[in-house]
Design a protein around this ligand. Structure first.
Ligand SMILES: *Cc1c(COP(=O)(O)O)cnc(C)c1O
Length: 366
């Protein structure tokens, strides 16, 4: 791997937001609406390897209309958060896991792998430059979006010979400002998110493009998200469009669909597997059929269902709906075990509970 030692140059934004403008945004940031004063960029070519790491003023990217990504979707991304602790220090959560997943995604999309020290360095240098943008209080965070795309100007179909890596940062409000709320999920009977041998295990924009039409169908049925089944048998539960699934059983076991090759391996999923074990639950990764979900919630052997991912952390699922039916989990409210697991994870992320597994990574000291 071409790991030139990492160092970035810094070009400050002469038109940075004023303290007042920034504070107004941080009071009520929402999600994905506002961006910090800077962005991180680096370039790759076969000859130079990764080069030209820089933190520069945030702004539009100039793309030639023949830029490869606009035609063939050779693009991957990541999502993680920076958390402000009580003492003002800023931390990220398992960023090495995101770096390694981005390398796996890059491999699948025939993009160059970004070395872990570059990934961690890009996060550190951008968050350090824009540390005033990391909101504190409640469950606010600074959402970080690393991404990589085919930036070669060429319409031939082959892996791009110029690739750009970028990181942007966006202050994020609490996902559930009024307290954690359970949501309904739509079961897509017609569409799959990913197929055998496809890109389901890679975090690529193309997977999201394929999920938007079923997502629209979900919204039309009053559901927040879509549950996808495997593409071969339409029988095995995979995940939501951007979150992994967990099932709490009445015998105290906690089950999540095993990684099938078309499920995205969430960092939150992996962390919850460990936290549930730490809390004394029997944790099982195995196949879960759609009949087990329907019948289990009906006969009470499944007591709670929840989804997980970086943005919302843990979202309780009140019911699964499909054409002509509905399966309500428990009493349709956020369950106790779901809530306990969510709190345990959030407490580690915000430095309120011991970090037993060395998951926190300091970016900016107190
Ligand atoms: C990003 C993502 C997840 C969640 O991953 P986290 O690392 O927990 O944020 C789950 N499913 C899909 C399809 C994703 O893209």
């Amino acid at each position: 791997m071409t790991s030139n030692h990492f160092a970035s140059r810094f070009e400050p934004n002469p038109n940075a937001k004023t303290d007042g403008q920034r504070e107004a945004i941080l009071d009520n940031p929402g999600f994905g609406n506002h961006f910090t004063d800077h962005m991180f960029l680096a370039e790759w070519t076969p000859g130079t390897g990764w080069a030209d790491a820089r933190v520069v003023p945030y702004g539009p990217l100039m793309l030639d209309p023949a830029t490869a990504v606009l035609h063939y979707a050779q693009e991957i991304f990541e999502g993680l958060k920076a958390y402000v602790h009580e003492d003002g220090s800023i931390w990220s959560f398992r960023p090495e896991a995101n770096a390694e997943r981005m390398q796996r995604s890059a491999h699948r999309l025939a993009l160059p792998e970004l070395p872990t020290d570059w990934f961690l360095g890009s996060i550190r240098d951008l968050v350090t430059a824009d540390r005033a943008w990391a909101p504190s209080g409640g469950e606010k965070s600074l959402y970080l979006r690393p991404f990589m795309y085919a930036s070669e100007v060429f319409l031939g179909v082959r892996p791009s010979q110029h690739v750009t890596y970028a990181v942007i940062a966006s202050p994020a409000g609490a996902y559930f400002p009024g307290g954690v709320e359970a949501v309904s999920i739509w079961l897509s009977s017609e569409y799959s998110r990913a197929g055998t041998g496809g890109t389901g295990a890679a975090k690529c924009g193309g997977n999201y493009a394929a999920s938007l039409l079923p997502q629209q169908e979900a919204a039309q049925h009053g559901c927040a998200q879509v549950a996808f089944l495997d593409s071969t048998e339409h029988k095995w539960v995979e995940e939501l469009g951007g979150m992994n699934l967990f099932f709490v059983h009445s015998d105290g076991s906690i089950v999540t669909p095993e990684l099938s090759g078309s499920i995205l391996e969430g960092v939150t999923r992996d962390s919850i597997l460990q936290i549930a074990r730490d809390l004394g639950y029997d944790v099982i990764e195995r196949r879960v059929s759609i009949d087990e979900w329907r019948d289990g919630t009906a006969d009470g052997s499944i007591t709670e269902v929840f989804a997980c991912g970086t943005a919302a952390v843990v979202t309780p699922i009140s019911s699964l709906k499909w054409d002509g039916g509905e399966a309500v989990s428990g009493d349709g409210e956020a369950g106790k075990i779901t809530t306990d697991i969510r709190s345990a994870l959030v407490d580690i992320q915000y430095g309120r509970a011991a970090d037993r597994h060395g998951w926190l990574h300091q970016i900016v000291p107190a």
